[in-house]
Design a protein around this ligand. Structure first.
Ligand code: CA
Length: 234
C-alpha cells in the first residue's frame, strides 16, 4: 500500500518522538516532529499536515489549547488529531475529545494499536491518501505500479511529474502555492527555485493533455495551481 500522508508529531519526550517517527516512517508516512506547542502551531499554519499526533502536556501551548486553535481556524478545522494522554486522567480524556480531538491513546500505548488508529482515521477522513489507485475523470493513477492512464491509454511521466500529479489529485479543488508544491512534491530539504514548479507543471500538462483533451490542471493567477474539481466528476 502506497502512502505518503504527512504526519506531524508534537511531543516533548524525545525517546517517544524517536519511537513514533521510526514506526511511522517504516509504514511509509512522511514525518515531522516538534517538541513545543507554539512551534507546532507555526508548522501547521505553514503547511497543513494530514494528521497530527498531539501530546497533552507540552511547553509553549498545551496540547488541548493547540487542538482548540486548530478547530477554530477554517483552514485547519478538518485536520485529524490524535491526542496522546497520560494514564488515568479520565476527565482529561473527555475534555480532550470535547476540544475536538478525533481520537486519543493513553500512555504507555501499544505502537501497533496507534498505527492502526492512524490508518483508520486517515481512511475515514482522507481516503484518497490511503487508496492505491486515484481516479479523476478519465485519469487513473496507480501508486503501486507508478502507472498513469488517460481514457485507458498509458501516459509516460517522469518521476517528478508523477509525484506532482499524485499530489494535486489527492486534493481536488485545493489551490497550492508554488512553495507548497515544492514542499509537498520535492520535499522541504531540497532547494529548488519556484520557477521549477512551472516547468514541471508544463511538462505534466504536455504529457496528459495530448489530443486536445481538457486540461485537469487549473492555473490560479497570483496563487498557484489546483487539480480542477469539476474534472473529477466530469
Ligand atoms: Ca509531554
Amino acid at each position: 500500500m502506497a502512502m505518503n500522508a504527512k504526519v506531524l508529531i508534537v511531543e516533548d519526550e524525545e525517546p517517544l518522538t524517536l519511537l513514533l517517527r521510526y514506526n511511522l516512517e517504516s509504514e511509509g508516512y512522511d514525518v515531522e516532529a516538534v517538541g513545543r506547542g507554539d512551534e507546532a502551531e507555526t508548522r501547521i499554519l505553514e503547511g497543513t499536515p494530514d494528521l497530527v499526533l498531539l501530546d497533552w502536556m507540552l511547553p509553549g501551548i498545551s496540547g488541548i489549547e493547540l487542538c482548540r486553535r486548530i478547530r477554530s481556524r477554517p483552514e485547519t478545522n478538518g485536520l485529524p488529531v490524535i491526542m496522546l494522554t497520560a494514564r488515568g486522567e479520565e476527565t482529561e480524556r473527555i475534555r480532550g475529545l470535547a476540544t475536538g480531538a478525533d481520537d486519543y491513546v493513553v500512555k504507555p500505548f501499544s505502537i501497533p494499536e496507534l498505527m492502526a488508529r492512524v490508518k483508520a482515521l486517515l481512511r475515514r477522513i482522507k481516503p484518497e491518501l490511503i487508496a492505491t489507485i486515484l481516479n479523476a475523470g478519465d485519469i487513473e493513477l496507480n501508486r503501486d505500479t507508478h502507472r498513469v492512464r488517460r481514457a485507458g491509454r498509458e501516459i509516460h511521466l517522469g518521476p517528478t511529474e508523477f509525484r506532482l500529479l499524485e499530489f494535486l489529485m489527492q486534493s481536488p479543488g485545493r489551490v497550492f502555492t508554488r512553495e507548497q508544491l515544492l514542499d509537498g512534491v520535492w520535499g522541504r530539504d531540497v532547494y529548488v527555485d519556484e520557477r521549477t514548479v512551472d516547468v514541471h507543471v508544463g511538462r505534466l500538462r504536455k504529457a496528459i493533455n495530448r489530443g486536445r483533451k481538457p486540461d485537469p490542471i487549473r492555473t490560479v493567477r497570483g496563487a498557484g495551481y489546483a487539480f480542477n474539481e469539476q474534472f473529477v466528476t466530469a
